[in-house]
Design a protein around this ligand. Structure first.
Ligand code: SF4
Length: 189
């Protein structure tokens, strides 16, 4: 039997860049370096849903975590993640090796170690001065985005544990090479 029983969960846009904000994709289809790396390491990929395209559509503006931390968005994240929690239970109970989750650093939803925040990022862009103030208020924070934060909470609630990794597409080459170093160790075990 050739089944490797080695699985990693990946953010949706790592396998389908078409859900990303217009103008952001660094690849035409998938992040193929990552896909090839995982295939070379006999690791199956389970694609997580994309909460932003699901809830806000393909023509959404860029958001910050503060905007998405409202009850409906959080509830939808929970609904989208519930089947994956069930899958994790199922794989674990059947002796599969669950190698973790790969998110997207910088994303207000799927960031793992980095997300974007601002308490002023809302309203319109009619006044130039005011708009500059909003842009200047954007900041990176070393914390997960809302979707990954909820995923981590649901894992704890279900007494499950997974390691979280991330790709940062603003510095894709450095980020992938550091991720590959880490995953080479993780995927060997
Ligand atoms: S980072 Fe998450 S929310 Fe953003 S496009 Fe990718 S999967 Fe969707």
């Amino acid at each position: 039997m050739k089944r490797g029983k080695k699985i990693i969960f990946v953010s949706h846009c790592l396998l389908n860049v078409n859900v990303k904000l217009m103008g952001l994709a660094a690849h035409p289809g998938a992040v193929k370096e990552l896909v090839f790396f995982l295939m070379d390491h006999d690791t199956a990929m389970v694609q997580l849903p994309c909460p932003e395209s699901e809830i806000l559509g393909l023509c959404r503006w860029g958001h910050v975590k503060d905007q998405l931390a409202y009850p409906f968005f959080k509830d939808r994240c929970r609904c989208l993640l519930a089947p994956f929690i069930r899958q994790i239970h199922m794989y674990r109970d059947n002796g599969y090796l669950l190698k973790g989750v790969i998110g997207i650093d910088g994303s207000p939803s799927c960031g793992v170690d980095k997300t974007c925040r601002s308490t002023r990022w809302s309203g319109d862009f009619l006044d130039k001065e005011d708009t500059w103030g909003k842009i200047k208020s954007l900041e990176w924070r070393a914390e997960p985005g809302i979707f990954m934060e909820i995923f981590q909470t649901m894992l704890i609630e279900n007494k499950l544990s997974l390691d979280f990794f991330a790709v940062d597409e603003s510095e894709i080459d450095t980020s992938l090479s550091s991720l590959f170093k880490t995953l080479s160790r993780v995927l060997k075990r």
